[in-house]
Design a binder for this molecule. Structure first.
Ligand code: NAP
Length: 285
């Protein structure tokens, strides 16, 4: 593509940012949709986050993604926060607004769009969420509206309890229960939809899984691991070995990026373009 005086610059802020796949998504989207835009990663030091946001505004950057460790910390630096992002308590997309940026969360709708595109039913399911970190919170907000029951299992019980209390408040019903990870043994009988939202099993520790007991996997009919490197995690292998369907987090990454791109450029990305970018992402892994 030709970079000229009208090229819009968007990017990612985080620390680290070296291994991000987001430039693949956005630069290829710009090519496919014919938008004059480039997307670059920006490494931002902890103490300079506010300066970075002010600088981005001064330079009229057309949009930013925000990754670890700034998804919560960036909120006080923004002019406005969208209602969903406020509910989740984390922002991963900044859109220019009067005087600065408005914060959105596209991780959650990204996961929902990914699950729908994989044909996964959420409504009315009983679900197990493994993990209670930043992304698990967004997943819990999405699931609490839709599932019949949500069991949040985490190594640190207090974090699971805090999320359960919050989403029960939003949902207006006692849909979520918090437990320690090892309490999977006491899940009521039945088959579950599982979302794996811990770090365990990520490259390079690809032989690890947050739970290894076959007894747990026998209860899972469908599972979504938010990790996408490796492409098939140990958790996914265990689900499949026990007769379940398992998906990784690459489509979530794709759709959170697509939704951000749609916000920045006021366009709608077609399913064909989404498929094409997904293929390219798989090649880059
Ligand atoms: P985070 O806030 O750091 O939370 C990490 C979670 O993993 C916590 O629940 C933590 O438990 C748990 N955990 C970490 N090490 C563990 C271990 N050895 N045993 C058991 N539990 C462990 O991270 P995050 O931002 O939520 O990200 C979580 C995962 O989602 C990562 O794998 C990340 O790659 C993935 N992710 C995917 C996408 C995507 O687009 N596909 C987007 C964002 C994140 P404690 O609370 O006990 O510490």
């Amino acid at each position: 593509m030709e970079i000229n005086g009208l090229t819009k610059t968007c990017g990612l802020i985080g620390n680290p940012v070296e291994h991000t796949l987001s430039p693949v998504i956005h630069n290829y989207l710009a090519k496919l949709t014919g938008v004059n835009m480039v997307y670059v990663p920006f490494l931002v030091e902890q103490t300079l986050l506010e300066d970075a946001i002010k600088g981005a505004h001064a330079l009229k950057l057309g949009g930013l993604n925000v990754t670890v460790p700034y998804k919560e910390k960036v909120i006080p630096c923004l002019k406005k926060t969208d209602a969903l992002a406020e509910k989740i308590g984390a922002v991963n997309t900044l859109v220019p607004c009067e005087g600065g940026y408005m914060g959105y969360n596209t991780d959650m709708p990204g996961l929902y769009r990914a699950m729908v595109s994989d044909g996964i039913r959420i409504e009315g399911e009983q679900a197990v969420l493994l993990g209670a970190g930043g992304v698990a919170r967004a997943v819990a907000v999405m699931l609490a509206d839709k599932v019949s029951k949500l069991y949040i299992l985490n190594r640190t019980l207090q974090k699971a309890e805090a999320i359960a209390a919050e989403v029960n408040g939003y949902a207006g019903r006692a849909v979520a229960e918090a437990h320690r990870l090892e309490e999977y043994t006491s899940l009521p009988a039945g088959k579950y939809l599982a979302i794996q939202a811990t770090n365990k099993g990520m490259y390079p520790k690809t032989e690890e899984a947050v739970i290894t007991d076959k007894g747990f996997y026998e209860k899972i009919h469908t599972a979504y691991d938010l990790i996408y490197n490796p492409f098939e995690t140990k958790f996914m292998k265990l689900v499949k070995e026990n007769g379940g369907r398992a998906y990784n987090g690459l489509k979530m990454l794709l759709y959170q990026g697509i939704i951000a791109y749609e916000l920045w450029n006021d366009v709608s990305v077609s399913d064909t373009d989404a498929e094409e970018i997904y293929t390219r992402l798989k090649e880059k892994l």
